[in-house]
Write a protein that binds this ligand. Structure first.
Ligand code: ADP
Ligand code: MG
Length: 139
C-alpha cells in the first residue's frame, strides 16, 4: 500500500443540510487524515475549471449552478490508498445505488446532489489537491 492524497469536497447540499460534521466524522472514522481544510463559496470560474473534464456533458451547466449556489468545504486527505478508500466511503455517484454506510447513501439526495466529491485516481488527486492546496501536493 502506498500513502496517497486525495481531494474531498463537501458539496452545497450537504452544507445546507448541516452535514459537515457528520461527513467529517465519517472521513476520520475511515482512517483518512485531514491535512488541510477550508470553507469557501466557489466562483463560477473555479467550478467550471474544477469540472473542466465534464464540460461537454449534458449536466455540466446544472453541475456548475449547483456547486456555486452555496459554500462548500474542501479538504486534502491522506491515507494508505486514500483515493480508493475515500471513493469507497463516498459510494456510487447515484445515492440510490450507494452501499450502506456510505456518505452518499446517508446524505445524498440524487445523482446531481450527492453530498461529496472525491478524486477518482491518484493522478487526478494530485491535480485536484493542487487546485485548492498547492502546499499539500505529495512531493
Ligand atoms: P463522481 O462524482 O462520482 O466522480 P462524475 O465524475 O461522473 O461522478 O460526475 C461528477 C458530478 O457531476 C457528480 O458527482 C454529480 O454531482 C454530477 N452528475 C453526474 N452525473 C449526473 C447526471 N446524470 N445528472 C446530473 N448531475 C450529474
Ligand atoms: Mg468524478
Amino acid at each position: 500500500m502506498a500513502v496517497e492524497r486525495t481531494l474531498s469536497i463537501i458539496k452545497p447540499d450537504a452544507v445546507e443540510q448541516n452535514n459537515i460534521g457528520n461527513i467529517l466524522a465519517m472521513i476520520q472514522g475511515a482512517g483518512l487524515e485531514i491535512l488541510g481544510m477550508r470553507m469557501l463559496h466557489l466562483s463560477r470560474a473555479q467550478a467550471e475549471g474544477f469540472y473542466e473534464v465534464h464540460k461537454d456533458r449534458p449536466f455540466f451547466g446544472e453541475l456548475v449552478e449547483f456547486m456555486t449556489r452555496g459554500p462548500v468545504v474542501v479538504s486534502a486527505l491522506q491515507a494508505d490508498d486514500a483515493v480508493v478508500r475515500y471513493r469507497t466511503l463516498m459510494g456510487s455517484t447515484n445515492p440510490a445505488e450507494a452501499a450502506d454506510a456510505t456518505i452518499r447513501k446517508a446524505y445524498g439526495t440524487d445523482i446531481g446532489e450527492n453530498a461529496c466529491h472525491g478524486s477518482d485516481s491518484v493522478e487526478n488527486g494530485r491535480i485536484e489537491v493542487a487546485y485548492f492546496f498547492p502546499e499539500y501536493v505529495l512531493k
